[in-house]
Ligand binder design. Structure first.
Ligand code: CP
Ligand code: NVA
Length: 308
């Protein structure tokens, strides 16, 4: 039984296998209506719980659809409506759910909640985002890059903006998939040092460059995310905007990257804050492929978890 908790804690070869399997499954159902079942039905007779303690569009829809395409069934649960939100412990919730379902996906606040769920569940647990990381997103991003540009190993990936949860998983991805990473943003919003150290220990570059134009020089991929995440206090909004304005991804900044540099954003985006509509809708933007590939990548993750 495998839980998918983070990119840096999952075996490299297993991660590569999941990306390759996602590609194969995507190709196998190309052009079919979304509700068509896959020829293979690896989740037949499996029940999957999808728990959300925070809002979601992509994670919710892509996991639900992915399970159905593979022949399984889902229960979508809101944390607030569960006893979990009213004092039942994570450990007891994990033990109980393990008697009803074969796999648990949880989007939550504290990483400790995810880890406690995984520790006490007797079925695999998948991280659907915490305050600290968002590994499913980065699996989709690696898949998307490779679909457009071939192997990501050895490429230069630049993150501009808030060094948040998605950024941390991208840095873990640098270490595991072998690409170089540069962060550009204000010092108060740096990504966590542990992630940078993890990547460096795997032999890739993990750098901080305060000048965004310098940072994106030679980039093969430029990535950003919202300036205010779901776990950030809304009161931080104005300060964040003032701090991050200079790190907006716009055509002038993309002009410093390679001419074929891709643009990615996990979405939801705040148009004309962290990225201009011109870049989001421009020829090098692959944001909607990224969103689609959440589906395919997570199908491969679920198969790996259940070993089916
Ligand atoms: N990118 C992402 O996880 O989107 P949702 O918050 O809509 O799930
Ligand atoms: N960093 C964002 C990602 C949303 C998918 C957040 O945590 O709100």
């Amino acid at each position: 039984m495998n839980s998918f908790l983070d990119i840096h804690t999952t075996d490299k070869a297993a991660l590569r296998g999941m990306i390759d399997n996602a590609r194969r499954m995507k190709d196998a159902r190309a052009g079919q209506p979304k509700g068509t079942l896959d020829a293979e039905q690896p989740l037949k007779n499996r029940m999957v719980a999808l728990i959300f303690e925070k809002p979601s569009t992509r994670t919710r829809v892509s996991f639900d659809l992915g399970v159905r395409q593979m022949g399984g069934q889902t229960m979508v649960l809101s944390g607030k409506e569960m006893q979990l939100g009213h004092g039942e412990t994570i450990a007891d919730t994990a033990r109980v759910l393990s008697r009803y379902v074969d796999l648990i996906m949880i989007r939550t606040f504290e990483e400790a909640t995810l880890l406690e769920m995984a520790e006490h569940a007797t079925v695999p647990v998948i991280n659907g985002l915490t305050n600290r990381t968002h590994p499913c997103q980065i699996m989709a991003d690696v898949m998307t890059f490779e679909e457009h540009r071939g192997p990501i190993a050895g490429k230069k990936v630049v993150w501009s903006g808030d060094g948040n949860n998605v950024c941390a998983s991208l840095i873990h991805g640098a270490g595991q998939f072998g690409f170089d990473f540069t962060f550009t943003g204000p010092p108060t919003l740096d990504p966590e040092a542990e992630a940078l150290e993890f990547a460096r220990a795997q032999g890739v570059q993990a750098l901080i460059e305060r000048d965004p134009a310098k940072a994106v020089e030679g980039a093969d991929l430029v990535v950003t995310d919202t300036w205010v995440s779901m776990h950030d206090p809304q009161s931080a909004r104005e300060r964040r905007h003032n701090q991050l304005r200079g790190y907006q991804i716009n055509s002038a900044l993309m002009g410093h990257a390679r001419s074929d540099a891709l643009f990615m954003h996990c979405l939801p985006a705040h148009r004309d804050d962290e990225v201009t509509s011109e870049v989001m809708d421009g020829p090098n933007s692959v944001i909607f492929d990224e969103a689609e590939n959440r589906l395919h990548a997570q199908k491969a993750i679920m198969r790996w978890c259940l070993d089916v």
